[in-house]
Design a protein around this ligand. Structure first.
Ligand code: MLY
Length: 265
């Protein structure tokens, strides 16, 4: 039986501290998520942020929505918090004198957009304005310190929220490193990014927090030469700083996988 990941134990085990709440651009208590699958709203196109498009709620996960732009394909879903400024009730764009745009990669002929828009909105269930929550204010300063723990979205797999550590701090930015994953998923972001959360966030929102990786850098291509890939790709609850044994094999240096970019999938 696998033990469940527990922050209290993990912080002790790794002798680390959680980044304080006030460091984050997140509400003190996570916003309630009243949205339902199928509801429509307006969203900024993540691939073309000046465009406001129609999106449909495809899934609900904690305080986040899985969204798909109407007229787009199913390969470009994105996730937003219910208090994200990227989303708004249908009608907001028009009220502000703007025009709803087809998403980047609109699957039909551009000339069919006006009719498509009419049809997609006709009889649609529109998410009520009260479901959208006000975005919390930005923290005044970057108060993260190297070594602090947090929960962070894996930007390569944005449905996942994972235990992470601040690896570096520069100006308004922080380097988010994923515990047990040796670099392939790490990224720099602004300290006021909506993709990072205080320790305990997922347990409050009901989102599933991933356990840390098991400290072995493994990529798809190198995994193929493993005799038992399932063993090395399996995640476990190990502290990232203490080195776990790397399976001895073919003179591969421990910890030297393929460079980031060719991530484990
Ligand atoms: N496809 C990979 C995903 C790895 C996710 C890494 N994150 C959690 C830092 C897998 O399932 O192993």
């Amino acid at each position: 039986a696998k033990e469940q990941f527990n922050w209290d134990d993990y912080l002790k085990e790794t002798e680390s501290v959680a980044a304080p709440l006030h460091c984050f651009r997140q509400s003190r208590s996570p916003p309630t998520n009243d949205f339902k699958v199928g509801m429509k709203l307006e969203a900024h196109d993540p691939r073309n942020v000046t465009s406001v498009c129609i999106a449909t709620v495809i899934g609900i996960t904690g305080a986040r929505l899985r969204l798909r732009l109407d007229g787009s394909d199913n390969k470009n879903d994105f996730w937003r918090l219910v208090d994200s400024s990227d989303i708004q009730p249908i009608g907001t764009c028009e009220k502000k004198g703007g025009m709803l745009q087809p998403p980047l990669g609109f699957q039909m002929n551009a000339s069919s957009w006006p009719m498509f828009l009419l049809r997609t909105l006709n009889g649609a269930e529109m998410a009520p304005a009260a479901f959208f929550k006000k975005e919390p204010p930005k923290p005044v300063t970057n108060c993260f310190k190297v070594g602090m723990k947090l929960e962070a979205i894996d930007r390569k797999n944005p449905y996942l929220i994972c235990p992470a550590t601040i690896g570096d701090v520069k100006g308004d930015e922080v380097f988010v490193t994923f515990d047990g994953w040796r670099g392939a998923f790490d990224y720099w972001c602004r300290c006021d990014s909506r993709d990072i959360f205080p320790v305990g966030w997922c347990s409050l929102t009901g989102d599933a927090l991933q356990p840390p990786g098991n400290n072995v850098s493994i990529t798809k291509s190198s995994a193929k030469i493993q005799s038992s890939p399932s063993k090395v790709t399996r995640r476990s609850m190990q502290s990232p700083q203490k080195s776990a044994p790397v399976p001895a094999q073919r003179g591969r240096k421990p910890g030297r996988g393929k460079p980031p970019g060719q991530s484990a999938v």
